[in-house]
Design a protein around this ligand. Structure first.
Ligand SMILES: Cc1ncc(C[n+]2csc(CCOP(=O)(O)OP(=O)(O)O)c2C)c(N)n1
Ligand code: SF4
Ligand SMILES: [Mg+2]
Length: 291
């Protein structure tokens, strides 16, 4: 059943209210992304019993604990590996991965590229706040050039990944990006990703207000969200880097959508064919024995 009315969406119905108060800092963008995800789930009418959320370690990874569904808080960098096993064993479930930029692109980068290549039906929501928030603000593969972190006290000198370009190049059949400034658009993108019959990679640009924002003097959480519209990257570095690194003018919305065969269906078909062939051989053998 598809529910269209935003008015009837009450996020508390999808949260473990007994876990409140949550641990996120005031103004953290991860909370906005969580709301958009749950709103999309509500609109698609996905039953909570049919929803499985797998997350790694980090502030982003912590979100699964608050969702009233089947949730798995697994090791750092490995949520896609766990989710792969789960989605293969239980194709009836909607399997969603929530991961951070460090979790997904640093320690978990290898899993990401192979998940993209494999095209198993999964929705991967990468919350990109440009930093390792949970561990005190170290540089991540998406930290913009020149930004200050605890491990780049002179400003980050490395180019940062364009995660969407990386995912598309690795074969992801659905790739999208949105900012937390546009919650309804973010919800729409996640909804499209959830409905996609293959691997969907969605990058959400969201603010780490307390660690990254403070360190880089980006102002209040409201100012940081407004900056997403106009000032995604420092102008000094505008157009200074090439694909697959990140440029300043970031496109949002659905960036890639292809119709590749879904791995789970292909695997089940091959397994069924093998079972049928074994059964046929066994029955031929039994008939020979009778002759
Ligand atoms: C194997 C392992 N290595 C390192 C850590 C420490 N650690 C925990 S969270 C984290 C980074 C989290 O960054 P990100 O994924 O961007 O999430 P955020 O906190 O920014 O939401 C690290 C390095 C760990 N828990 N396990
Ligand atoms: S440290 Fe940053 S990412 Fe973590 S909860 Fe606080 S604001 Fe959010
Ligand atoms: Mg992060």
């Amino acid at each position: 059943m598809i529910v269209d009315s935003a008015a009837e969406f009450d996020v508390r119905e999808y949260l473990r209210m007994e876990m409140m108060p949550h641990f996120l800092c005031p103004g953290c963008g991860h909370g906005i992304a969580l709301r958009a995800l749950l709103w999309a789930i509500h609109e698609l009418g996905i039953d909570k019993d049919q929803l499985a959320v797998v997350s790694g370690i980090g502030c982003a990874g912590r979100l699964s604990a608050y969702i009233d569904a089947n949730t798995f808080h697994v090791t750092h960098g490995r949520p896609l590996a766990y989710a792969t096993g789960l989605a293969l064993a239980r194709p009836d479930l909607h399997v969603v991965v929530i991961t951070g930029d460090g979790d997904c692109l640093a320690i978990g980068g290898n899993h990401l590229i192979h998940a993209c290549r494999r095209n198993l039906k999964l929705t991967c929501l990468m919350l990109n706040n440009e930093v390792y928030g949970m561990t005190g603000g170290q540089v991540s593969p998406t930290t913009s050039e020149s930004r200050l972190t605890t491990t780049t006290p002179l400003g980050n000198a490395e180019p940062n990944f364009d995660a969407c370009a990386l995912a598309a190049a690795a074969g992801a059949s659905f790739v999208g990006r949105e900012v937390t400034h546009h919650v309804p658009k973010l919800k729409e993108l996640i909804r499209s990703g959830l409905a996609h019959p293959g691997f969907a990679f969605i990058e959400v640009l969201c603010d780490c207000t307390e660690i990254f924002g403070r360190k880089n003097e980006l102002g209040s959480s409201a100012e940081m969200v407004l900056r997403q519209k106009s000032d995604l990257r420092p102008s000094a570095y505008r157009d200074s880097v090439d694909t697959p690194f990140r440029s300043n003018d970031l496109p949002t919305g659905i960036l890639a959508k292809t119709d590749r065969p879904e791995y789970g269906a292909a695997y089940r078909k091959a397994a069924a064919a093998q079972r049928a062939s074994k059964a046929a051989k066994a029955s031929t053998g039994a008939n020979k024995g009778k002759a």
